[in-house]
Ligand binder design. Structure first.
Ligand code: AMP
Ligand code: MG
Length: 349
């Protein structure tokens, strides 16, 4: 398949109506378009068209038991696709965090095909704040099913070049709209009459949700490893996601011990590092600086790009990284890093 790559400046949408209209035409006729959102790049297809949705699974190599998130452009559209049972929590979430990096799972309406929800009776819906995503959905006139635009198992794409790496020849169009601001996938919450459960942490943090909604249950899969036979509430959380080709090893311990361990580990040319600026280790082919230890926003924004950078370096067999505090946005970073490591944690003394 020939993939057309177009550039759209999110700050000057009116100058790119032609490209966006073309993209919307592709969606309407059942094709695939990768596009930027504020979280990561999405791989979009008409969410009301079962055949189009199937194309997403095959382009990504996504297991068919892992449901897709659908994206909408207007707050009124939630009710068209899901049944709102916990009205109070839903209204608060919508008021406070929508549009933005939060996905709400509720009972699905029949109009959403089972291919999209992988047979589940719930549907995950998000209203993105990114102007390109919003305009594309509006022009398409349908909700767009859009998981992250990476090959299944690879780190999510936060730049158009990541999408090109994974999706060239597999989709009809890639819209290059620059870097994604948040850099991690959306926060996912499950809304039921009985309460609210956090299934995946992201740009809308647990603390922000608790401030607005009170007490929230956190699915075990967010931080812990599930036992054999245990299932996460979000099927995708069971896969070894976000993984680069090299094995990722998480180092725990006092800062000074970890930094000195990392410095000596660099003597081995098969070692890569993900560090903080404060560590005083110079950036190089084998050293990715995630950002400042004190700036979780910067770390989140850079994380997937750092993980992907090691993929182009055959000689690197292992990558050492460490976890930030698991409060605020740190929880989402911890979640992605422990998954990338397949729960491999080493204590440094
Ligand atoms: P992605 O779109 O690649 O960021 O991943 C979407 C995540 O949402 C995956 O972990 C899915 O398993 C999860 N998800 C999507 N729809 C549902 C649903 N109806 N119920 C539970 N989890 C869902
Ligand atoms: Mg994904």
């Amino acid at each position: 398949m020939e993939t057309k790559v177009v550039h759209v400046d999110p700050g000057r949408l009116e100058d790119f109506e032609k490209e966006l209209t073309q993209a919307a035409e592709i969606i309407k006729r059942g094709g695939l378009v990768a596009f930027p959102t504020e979280t990561v790049y999405g791989l979009g297809a008409n969410a009301l068209d079962s055949t189009a949705a199937e194309r997403i699974y095959s382009a990504k190599g996504r297991p068919s038991d892992n449901p897709l998130i659908i994206q909408i452009a207007k707050k009124e559209d939630y009710e068209k696709y899901c049944i709102i049972e916990n009205v109070e929590a839903f209204e608060k979430l919508k008021e406070k965090f929508v549009p933005g990096p939060v996905t709400i799972i509720q009972k699905k309406r029949d109009i959403i095909p089972h291919t999209v929800t992988a047979g589940m009776d719930t549907v995950a819906v998000r209203l993105p704040s990114h102007p390109v995503a919003r305009r594309l959905i509006e022009l398409s006139g349908v909700p767009i099913a859009a998981p992250s635009a990476n090959t299944s198992g690879r780190p999510s794409p936060t730049k158009a070049c990541h999408v090109i790496e994974d999706m060239m020849g597999r989709v009809d169009m890639i819209i290059d709209g620059g870097e994604c601001e948040v850099g991690l996938e959306s926060t996912i919450v499950l809304l039921k009459k009985e309460g609210v459960t956090l299934l995946r942490p992201g740009g809308v943090t647990l603390e922000m949700l608790e401030d607005t909604l009170g007490n929230i249950t956190v699915d075990k899969a967010v931080k812990g490893k599930l036992e054999a036979g245990e299932k996460p509430l979000a099927p995708g959380m069971k896969y070894r996601h976000y993984a680069p080709r090299a094995s990722v090893i998480i180092l725990k311990g006092e800062d000074k011990d970890v930094v000195s361990f990392m410095k000596s580990a660099l003597d081995d040319s098969a070692t890569g590092l993900i560090c903080y600026r404060e560590d005083g280790i110079e950036e190089s082919d084998r050293v990715e600086i995630l950002g400042s230890k004190r700036d979780e926003g910067e770390m989140a924004h850079r994380l997937f790009d750092a993980l992907r950078a090691f993929d182009s370096k055959e000689e690197i067999k292992r990558v050492y990284a460490r976890l930030p505090e698991d409060s605020n946005l740190g929880l989402a970073i911890v979640n992605r890093l422990i998954k990338a490591s397949g729960y491999t944690v080493v204590e440094v003394k």
